[in-house]
Design a protein around this ligand. Structure first.
Ligand code: NAD
Ligand code: IPM
Ligand code: MN
Length: 359
């Protein structure tokens, strides 16, 4: 049978709670397949840093890189905790993994599942995917400050956009669009202000478009894109955008499609040189951590993305089907029923995967 080496990073806050359910679902979904997952657990995140001072050692990174794929819960402490200043965990752990493992495609699908209440009065058919650039833009850490702490401080944060980096993610986004029924791609940027990066993105989209004549293309400024995500989300099919715009748009996209507890993502290295990493879009949610209040669905749908990336498409489809059925059944929750715990939701989805009667 095929052996798949999976690195698991539960992380901080609700990370371990949602990853526990995701791992159960992974086992249940692949029980009938000729595949075994060998899990290596990595204790990384704010908690480990506060205990040992380690963020991500070279040994940890090398060991993670030797796996076939990575499942991550969430990392990071309480926003504003002075002991975690300098974004040590976000930059030194999460971004370090994304950059070192060349996760240049950050794939973030948004689907409004049947039965899920949207905060929008008339959401229409919400089914789009954001292809967020993952290794460049304002995230690269190309910045600095002078005269820090004085009234004359200058703080620069430079967005880096390379022709190589933009072209590879744009080409990938076109291939994602080509494979979808809508065959539509929207470039989101801010070309009216960010003229150098904007021009580069625009020219590359125009050039690559000629290789994909079946894909229709349009452009929106990022501010206008936030309007349409709220007023007319069904106009979107595939969005390709810069690292920071993609971060912001995908929290909004999660909110309109049922909430951050449902939003899954994949940090993909399409070349396959490095393991890809799958994680919910949400963070460690310190406000609800340790209380079994977190929705594990985003982590579980990230397992579906992981399975699909590994070519285990039947298992991926089983997870999506079980989640879809569970979500539809949630309509009855609320006033009459106590809200389910994180574990209850995971167990219900596992039951649907193992008990055909419930499907
Ligand atoms: P967050 O996503 O952790 O929380 C925002 C809000 O959403 C909170 O009210 C939280 O309770 C809620 N929420 C999040 N996930 C939920 C779930 N599964 N079920 C129900 N409610 C959920 O964002 P934040 O508060 O800005 O960040 C907290 C920490 O997480 C920070 O340290 C941040 O840097 C880090 N973070 C990490 C990742 C990651 O590891 N990929 C992503 C985002 C934020
Ligand atoms: C996300 C997070 C990260 C990001 C942070 C924690 C570095 O918000 O995965 O969306 O900005 O990419
Ligand atoms: Mn984010």
């Amino acid at each position: 049978s095929t052996q798949i080496k999976l690195a698991v990073i539960p992380g901080d806050g609700i990370g371990p709670e949602v990853v526990a359910e995701a791992v159960k679902v992974l086992g249940a979904a692949t029980a009938v397949d000729d595949v075994t997952f060998d899990l290596t657990w990595f204790s990384l995140g704010a908690a480990r840093f506060l205990e040992t001072g380690d963020v991500l050692t070279d040994d940890d990174l090398a060991s993670i890189a030797a796996h076939d794929a990575i499942l991550l819960g969430a990392v990071g402490g309480v926003p504003g905790d002075p002991r975690l200043a300098n974004a040590s965990i976000e930059r030194g752990l999460l971004l370090k993994l994304r950059f070192s493992l060349d996760h240049y495609v950050n794939l973030r699908p948004s689907v409004l599942f049947p039965g899920v209440p949207s905060p929008l009065a008339a959401p229409g058919n919400v089914d789009f995917v954001v292809v967020r650039e993952g290794t460049e833009g304002p995230y690269v850490g190309n910045g600095g400050a002078i005269r820090q702490g004085t009234a004359h401080e200058v703080a620069n944060e430079v967005s880096v956009n390379t022709a190589f980096g933009v072209e590879r993610v744009v080409r990938h986004a076109f291939s994602v669009a080509q494979a979808r029924p809508g065959r539509h791609l929207t470039l989101v940027h801010k070309t009216n202000v960010l003229v150098f990066a904007g021009s580069l993105w625009q020219r590359i989209v125009t050039a690559v478009a000629s290789e994909f004549p079946e894909v229709s293309v349009d452009y929106l400024h990022v501010d206008a894109a936030t309007i349409f995500l709220v007023t007319n989300p069904s106009r979107f099919d595939v969005i390709v955008t810069d690292n920071l715009f993609g971060d912001i748009l995908t929290d909004l996209a999660a909110a309109i499609s049922g909430g951050i507890g449902l939003a899954a993502s994949g940090n993909i290295n399409p070349d396959g040189r490095f393991p890809s990493m799958f994680e919910p879009v949400h963070g460690s949610a310190p406000d609800i951590a340790g209380k079994q209040l977190a929705d594990p669905t985003a982590a579980i749908l990230s397992v579906a993305l992981l399975l699909s990336h590994l070519g285990l498409t039947d298992a991926a489809a089983r997870v999506t089907a079980a989640v879809t059925a569970d979500i539809a059944a949630r309509r009855g929750d609320g006033a009459a029923t106590a809200p389910r715990s994180t574990t209850d939701v995971g167990n219900a989805i596992v039951t649907r995967l193992t008990d055909k009667g419930l499907q």
